[in-house]
Design a protein around this ligand. Structure first.
Ligand code: FEO
Length: 576
């Protein structure tokens, strides 16, 4: 195999971009778009090692391209692809799912090669219809369907909804025994090495990617693994990062074990929405992320296609229900809503959100019906009127955390009470200061009261903070993110402590009524703090129900030279 890497230093719209092509099997070429400097994927997904967008060309008697690339690679991608194939000879474009990092060049490809038949799940074809705005040949495939390219390249499609988009399909080539999985089993890792020959180098990114993208869909991961178990797989060609070949079963086992642990969570929220309608996918996934952060399992259910007995079954299992408003014209969704209403009971929590499709079912009459049954509202209805932004996603994420926390509160109290008396008193002798952590990212601001804070290094200066996993601010404390550590003074900490201890509804301004000014790193400094330090997250360690966030300290200042830091003395150690 010969890897060919070409750098185009004149094309620098967003950092260094290169494209690599390599033969990975018989008549099968990987086109790897390397995005070396990308530092963020979404609100909580800070990237340490850039990313890649992988697409694949299979040339049997007929030819198929699996996925395209991110639009930022437009020029580089066409240069490479047209060296590999005359576009007028391309027969199929297989769309693993429709997110723009893989389908960003589809519209243009269909202009350059109008003869191409697009092969995808039904929802994906509908989505592409809206994106392309002109007719194109298409072939809808379901789980188990096959497509023969000739020369032994018989492709089999595996339905893998929610990994990580509702319309996801995997493609398995019987000749090369390569399974093309797009997002699943991927990682955001940019490197010229094509395969996983150095697992220690990539294991942390593999896990981080699973946590950010897959963990909230653990049940869907397990279903997909069950479907691929019967295939004889030689390599997994992912849409991001290195391809998996040398430690294949180990990577799949990791996904299985992590997902089994997630799926075993005793508390479940059923999240109903219509896939592909309005902004429902984006909003539902943000809510699912928040639910997952609180240690609660999520089951995503498509109201448009779910069987009514499945809907009833999942409502019976769930402690919480979240519903994205479906279109009024969708009969299946309306019938599913009636089933949910009939099966719901007063011990459940409920949360509703609009999906912005233009003809949503009205939200308040449905809310009234759930309230009449006696369900407890976990968060006020989310009325999303504009296309989602990072702020909207954060609101949805916080709403998900709220319902998760509501459902686990009782369990947490029980766990706290279970501590041995002597042990809890001994733990209580650990004393700390009182601090407010403030963070800002892409216009989203948050804050939390913190006590478990310590200086952690001298050179360079660094501090460590313990952040409970279900804190909304956690998504703003990813690697590379910036924050301010505000130190409270013993003479005036009470009102700030009281303010930041309050529960805030999703999206509420945590700084309303608080005097702040802006730090040079963009985060709020509390005007009444005794001192502050501007920091940047450089590492994180997972510690059971908390993250230890380590930040390098860049600058700081003391407002009152002779004042003392507020100290937090506890009598017992089983709560903050
Ligand atoms: Fe890599 Fe779901 O897009």
């Amino acid at each position: 195999m010969v890897a060919v890497t070409t750098s185009f230093k004149d094309v620098k719209p967003q950092g260094r971009l290169t494209v690599q092509t390599i033969e990975i099997g018989a008549q099968t070429t990987a086109i790897r778009c390397l995005d070396w400097d990308r530092d963020r994927f979404d609100i909580e997904f800070g990237l340490r090692n850039g990313t890649t967008y992988n697409s694949f060309l299979i040339q049997g008697e007929k030819t198929a391209l699996i996925d395209t690339s991110h639009r930022k690679f437009q020029q580089l991608y066409w240069q490479k692809l047209t060296k590999l194939i005359d576009l007028s000879a391309l027969d199929y474009l297989i769309i693993s799912h429709t997110e723009p990092d893989h389908s960003g060049l589809v519209k243009e490809l269909l202009q350059l090669a109008p003869q191409v038949t697009v092969v995808a799940a039904k929802v994906a074809i509908q989505f592409l219809d809206d994106m392309v705005h002109h007719p194109f040949p298409s072939l809808i495939v379901k789980n188990g369907d096959r497509l023969d390219l000739g020369n032994g390249h018989e492709l089999e499609f595996v339905s893998a909804p929610n990994l990580h988009w509702p319309d996801t399909i995997f493609t398995y080539d019987r000749k090369t025994r390569i399974l093309f999985t797009c997002d699943a089993f991927g990682m955001h890792y940019c490197d010229d090495r094509v395969f996983d020959e150095e697992p220690d180098l990539i294991a942390a990114d593999f896990k981080y990617y699973y946590d950010c993208l897959m963990a909230a869909n653990a049940r869907s991961v397990l279903s997909a693994i069950k479907r691929i178990e019967k295939l004889d797989i030689a390599a997994i060609a992912t849409g991001h990062g290195p391809l998996l070949q040398h430690y294949l079963s180990d990577w799949v086992n990791r996904y299985q074990q992590w997902s089994q642990a997630q799926a075993k969570a005793e508390t479940l929220v059923a999240l109903f929405y219509c896939q592909g309608y309005g902004w429902s996918d984006q909003l539902a996934h943000a809510i699912a992320r928040g639910i997952h952060r609180s240690g609660v399992a999520v089951e995503l259910v498509n109201l448009s296609s779910a069987e009514l007995y499945e809907v009833k079954e999942v409502v019976n299992l769930a402690r919480g229900l979240v519903i994205g408003m479906p279109p009024q014209s969708n009969d299946n969704a309306r019938a599913a809503l009636s089933t949910i209403l009939a099966a719901a009971h007063h011990k459940q929590a409920i949360g509703l959100f609009e999906t912005g499709g233009g003809e949503d079912e009205p939200i308040y009459p449905l809310r009234n019906k759930f309230q009449e049954i006696g369900l407890c509202e976990a968060f006020p209805p989310l009325l999303i009127k504009e296309p989602p932004t990072l702020q909207t996603e954060q609101i949805c994420d916080e709403a998900g955390t709220d319902i998760g926390q509501l459902l686990t509160r009782e369990r947490t109290i029980k766990e706290i009470k279970a501590l041995d008396n002597d042990l809890e008193r001994a733990l209580g002798r650990l004393s700390n200061g009182l601090y407010i952590i403030t963070a800002q990212k892409a216009g989203v601001k948050s804050a939390m009261l913190a006590s478990w804070v310590m200086q952690a290094s001298m050179s360079p200066l660094g501090v460590a903070i313990a952040v409970a996993k279900d804190r909304a601010i956690e998504s703003l404390l990813q690697l590379g993110d910036r924050f301010v550590l505000n130190v409270l003074g013993e003479d005036n900490y009470q009102s700030l402590m009281k303010h930041f201890l309050k529960r805030f509804p999703p999206g509420a301004d945590r700084f309303a009524g608080i005097k702040t000014y802006c730090a040079s790193n963009g985060c709020p400094i509390l005007a009444d703090a005794l001192a502050y330090m501007e920091c940047q997250v450089t590492s994180r360690m997972e510690c059971s129900d908390h993250w230890i966030v380590y930040g390098s300290v860049q600058t700081g200042r003391v407002a009152k030279l002779h004042a003392l830091t507020a100290v937090h003395h506890r009598k017992v150690g089983n709560h903050y």
